[in-house]
Design a protein around this ligand. Structure first.
Ligand SMILES: [Fe+2]
Ligand SMILES: [Fe+2]
Length: 225
C-alpha cells in the first residue's frame, strides 16, 4: 500500500515543503499518494522545473472536492525520456490498477471494485486524451499519415474502449456481475492488442520522427492534462 500524504488540513505555506521533503525521502521506485483540496498544478510546475526526469506524476482522482496524485521517484532518473518509455510505463501502471479491480470484483467487494475502476478509467481516459490531443497530431504532422495511418485505427479503437469503460463502470456501480464479466472480456481483448500495436509501432516511430525538444514538450503537456 502506498504512503498517503493528506495536506488538506495543513497551512498552505507548509504544504509544498512537506511534499518535497516526502518526495526526497522516497527510495527509487517508491511512491506516495498526495491528497489535496484543489488541483495541484503549481506543484506540478515546480516538479517539472526542479526535478525533471526524477519523478512520475499520475493523477488518481481529479475533483471536484478531492484531488489525489500518485507521485513516484523513478528507479533511474533521466531528464531525457522517450515517448515509448513514458506511455508504456503508463500502460503497465494501468494494468496493475485493473488487476486490483478484477480481484475486488471477483471477490464480490463491489465498493472497492468501483473505486479501483474509477481510478483505472480516469487514468486511461487521460492517457487516451494525451495520445489523441498531443502525440497523434505530432505523428500525423511528421508522417503525413492521417486518414489511413495507424493513428486513425487507434482512434477508432479508443472510441470502443471508452464505451466499454462507461459500460463497466455503470454495471460495477449496479453490481451486475454478468454484465461486468462480459464487458471486461471485450475490453481486455481490444486493449491487449491495442497497447501492443502502440508499443511496437506507434510509440517507437514517434520517437524516431520527433526532436528531443518536441519529445520533452509532449511529456510535459501530457502531465498537465
Ligand atoms: Fe491508445
Ligand atoms: Fe496507449
Amino acid at each position: 500500500m502506498d504512503k498517503i500524504l493528506d495536506v488538506r488540513e495543513m497551512a498552505p505555506k507548509e504544504r509544498h515543503p512537506m511534499i518535497f521533503n516526502t518526495f526526497k525521502g522516497l527510495d527509487p521506485g517508491e511512491s506516495f499518494v498526495l491528497v489535496n483540496d484543489h488541483e495541484p498544478k503549481p506543484l506540478l510546475y515546480q516538479f517539472q522545473n526542479e526535478h525533471a526526469g526524477e519523478y512520475e506524476w499520475w493523477p488518481l482522482e481529479q475533483g471536484p472536492e478531492k484531488w489525489r496524485v500518485e507521485i513516484a521517484r523513478r528507479k533511474e532518473a533521466a531528464p531525457e525520456r522517450s515517448v515509448t518509455d513514458y506511455f508504456q510505463t503508463d500502460h503497465r501502471r494501468l494494468d496493475a490498477i485493473y488487476e486490483r479491480f478484477e480481484d475486488a470484483a471477483a471477490g464480490g467487494q463491489w465498493d472497492q471494485a468501483l473505486s479501483d475502476f474509477r481510478e483505472f478509467r480516469l487514468g486511461l481516459t487521460r492517457h487516451i486524451k494525451a495520445e489523441e490531443e498531443i502525440l497523434f497530431p505530432l505523428f500525423e504532422e511528421k508522417t503525413g499519415m492521417i486518414d489511413a495511418g495507424p493513428t486513425f485505427v487507434m482512434k477508432m479503437e479508443h472510441k470502443e474502449i471508452k464505451e466499454l469503460l462507461e459500460r463497466i463502470e455503470s454495471n460495477t456501480a449496479s453490481r451486475n456481475a454478468t454484465e461486468v464479466t462480459e464487458a471486461r472480456t471485450l475490453l481486455m481483448n481490444i486493449l491487449a492488442d491495442h497497447n501492443m500495436k502502440e508499443e511496437h509501432i506507434l510509440y517507437p516511430e514517434s520517437d524516431s520522427f520527433i526532436s528531443d525538444d518536441e519529445r520533452a514538450e509532449v511529456l510535459k503537456k501530457t502531465q498537465l492534462l
